[in-house]
Write a protein that binds this ligand. Structure first.
Ligand code: GLN
Length: 286
């Protein structure tokens, strides 16, 4: 099989699962992963035959895609803020909405005169996408990431090494008051915590439900704001005087998160929409 026919093989195999455009996007990602060649180079070398190991990789990838595994887990990589990060089922696949949250923080820090010696903490860091992007954009900042999942932290640390970025990753359960009590004070706390109600699983894609870590996605129906409440409370103790707290939120819970933060005593609480026009981020000041 040559490079061109391998591409066609993938798109045909998954045609019943994805629309034409998405199937092509997925096939491109898989082909780039297998050949290491860019899209342009794959056009130039379209007649080049796959080597035996590449052929085996191709069959394995198609099998995984037919099991509805997300393509990012199949290739083991996902793009975030210009970085190609390693991902696996221990971590959530970074979403474009979260890039917007990072962008907001970076702009605010730059507008406030730069990042000299500020301290940043990401809670529930997963792949480490948020603190790694922050460190890349704000190299002078001291950046931390915490998570309860050992597997997630191993992935985040591996990503830091690969990106040559210095972020301090610690295993801390944010629901454990004793553990969070030992954390220092930060100028910025950010979190994209689990925020999907269990009952919402009926409207979710199989690719997400079957493969992404439920620990990172779901909260109990009767306590959807669990992490927001706990993190807001933590932030009242661990944010510096002019500190700021940033959240990614469930689009249906914007008003509730704003109210929670105002009740907790935060000032200038702002709700912000993502590029799809959905309530997606909140910023609050201590
Ligand atoms: N902070 C990580 C991200 O934004 C993980 C989020 C999560 O697992 N809830 O992708």
């Amino acid at each position: 099989m040559n490079i061109q026919s391998a591409f066609t093989h993938i798109t045909r195999a998954i045609a019943s699962l994805y629309d034409t455009r998405e199937a092509a996007n997925i096939a491109h990602l898989v082909m780039e992963h297998i050949t290491g060649l860019s899209k342009l180079d794959r056009i130039v070398y379209k007649d080049r035959a796959l080597e035996a190991p590449q052929q085996a990789q191709l069959e394995k990838a198609v099998k995984a895609l037919l099991e509805q595994q997300p393509v990012q887990y199949v290739t083991g990589t996902a793009w975030f803020y210009g970085m190609e990060l390693m991902v696996n089922p221990q971590v959530l696949i970074p979403r474009p909405e979260t890039e917007e949250l990072v962008e907001w923080i970076v702009q605010d820090v730059r507008a406030g005169g730069g990042a000299a010696a500020i301290q940043l903490l990401d809670i529930g860091t997963g792949s480490g996408c948020i603190p790694l992007a922050l460190k890349k954009e704000l190299p002078a900042a001291d950046v931390w990431g915490i998570d309860v999942s050992t597997g997630a932290l191993a992935t985040a640390r591996a990503n830091a090494t690969q990106q040559q970025l210095e972020v301090r990753f610690e295993e801390v359960n944010v629901l454990d008051e004793k553990a969070t009590g030992a954390l220092p004070v930060f100028d910025i706390i950010v979190s994209n915590p689990p925020y999907i109600k269990h009952s919402e699983h009926t409207v979710m894609q199989q690719q997400v439900l079957a493969y992404e870590p439920s620990l990172a996605l779901f909260v109990p129906d009767d306590d959807a704001l669990l992490f927001y409440r706990v993190i807001a409370e933590l932030a009242t103790r661990k944010l510096s005087a002019a500190g700021r707290l940033y959240f990614e939120i469930n689009e249906a819970l914007g008003k509730e998160v704003v109210a929670l933060l105002e009740t907790a005593g935060f000032k200038n609480v702002i709700l912000k929409q993502d590029i799809f026009g959905k309530d997606r981020m909140v910023r609050a000041e201590s």
